[in-house]
Design a binder for this molecule. Structure first.
Ligand code: NAI
Ligand code: MG
Length: 358
């Protein structure tokens, strides 16, 4: 298979971990006889420094013509005082919008020998393996009007969805559930919100199309509790933008390390954007100690969701687990009797695992 991938390293440790993803993809290409070509572009602070804008047209253009996009992270203290149109995060929001990335997927899995890193008791978190599917381009964050009124003394925000916007994200979630354990939890607030009532109706209608998926509806407040008390209950969770924002951040702390969590953002045409959940980590940037696993697992998601290369994706995931199982870990993780390594050594361990397994 021949694919063209745009790399957007961004800032801070983004620049370091993107190299790890590239090394792993090159190893996969070699072992499985694929051809991956790479093209690097600027985004965020790096783009501000070079072009005076966080999202140059050339970057948007390259992404639109790519088969998929891998992004490191953006931001850093250097640009914190900039006016809002010259903030690195603008680049991130801009590229999500330009590619119409309406579906955000975040898998969250308790890695085996790292369980004590979780704030939850080991027997509670053990075995949890869930996927949050969040609607990313509609709802409260984009609805109009959103404004101050009466001399600033009253405000309005709007939670708006169309049938079509709900249908496409619900379909994505059902498909994801089919490829996993076949359980879908739709999270809403249908006891209060009109938008949630339509959401629930559409999920009910779609059930017939996916008879192999078991569906339940859970109110968002109950879902927030259940994530903490019984995370193994969940397989796939689908929800609207703001609920998904909050629940995915809640879920991301369950496993105890930001450095292990990947994400995928998808559109209709399949040009996905894949990035770690963590930011640019200015406190450790340039030191060669960043955990590359979240970025490497993001590359695995790219193989699965944009290219349909499930065996290759699984190989990367097994390799990352294999390196951790063998006791190797970066400084952000604590492993009993483990051996601490840097970014490049961790990457090499994963690459070597792939080479010996194939
Ligand atoms: P952060 O995720 O960059 O860092 C939080 C803490 O986790 C830090 O102590 C950091 O060293 C550690 N950490 C994060 N990823 C790690 C990794 N792969 N390996 C080892 N340790 C890791 O979040 P923070 O500090 O709130 O934000 C820093 C900058 O990143 C800010 O400019 C922020 O705006 C930006 N940011 C960008 C995101 C993105 O590009 N998607 C997401 C979140 C923040
Ligand atoms: Mg958030």
């Amino acid at each position: 298979m021949k694919k063209h991938i745009v790399l957007l390293p961004g800032d801070g440790i983004g620049k370091e971990v993107i190299e790890s993803a590239k090394d792993v993809l090159n190893a996969i290409a070699e072992e499985f006889n694929h051809s991956f070509s790479f093209e690097t572009h600027e985004i965020g602070g790096a783009a501000i420094d070079l072009y005076g804008t966080p999202l140059p047209e050339s970057t948007v253009d390259a992404c639109k013509h790519a088969d998929a996009v891998l992004l490191g992270a953006v931001g850093g203290p250097k640009w914190d005082q900039n006016p809002s149109h010259l903030r690195p995060e603008r680049g991130l929001l801009g590229i999500r919008k330009a590619l119409d990335l309406y579906a955000n997927l975040r898998p969250i899995k308790g890695f085996k020998n790292l369980l004590h890193a979780s704030p939850l008791k080991e027997e509670v978190i053990s075995g949890s393996d869930l996927l949050i599917v969040r609607e990313l381009t509609g709802g409260l964050y984009f609805g109009t009007p959103s404004e101050r009124r009466d001399n600033g003394q009253s405000v309005v925000d709007t939670l708006a969805y169309t049938r079509c916007e709900i249908e496409r994200i619900v379909d994505k979630a059902f498909e994801a559930a089919q490829s996993r354990r076949g359980r879908l939890t739709s999270v809403d607030k249908a006891n209060v919100l009109e938008s949630s009532k339509l959401w629930r109706e559409i999920v009910e209608e779609k059930k017939a199309k996916y008879p192999d998926v078991a569906v339940e509806h859970v109110l968002v407040d109950a879902a927030a509790m259940k994530l903490i008390t019984n995370p193994t209950h969940f397989d796939v969770i689908v929800t609207e933008n703001m609920f998904g924002d909050i629940l995915s951040d809640e879920a991301s702390v369950l496993t105890g390390s930001l450095g292990l969590l990947p994400s995928a953002s998808l559109n209709e045409s399949g040009v996905g954007l894949y990035e770690p959940v963590h930011g640019s980590a200015p406190d450790i940037a340039g030191k060669g100690v960043a955990n590359p696993v979240a970025m490497i697992l993001s590359a695995a998601l790219m193989l699965r969701y944009s290219f349909g290369l499930n065996d290759e994706a699984k190989m990367i995931e097994d390799a990352a687990q294999g390196a951790l199982d063998a006791g190797f870990h970066t400084a952000d993780l604590r492993v009993e009797n483990g051996r601490q390594v840097g970014t490049t050594e961790m990457t090499k361990l994963i690459v070597d695992f792939i080479k010996t397994q194939t």
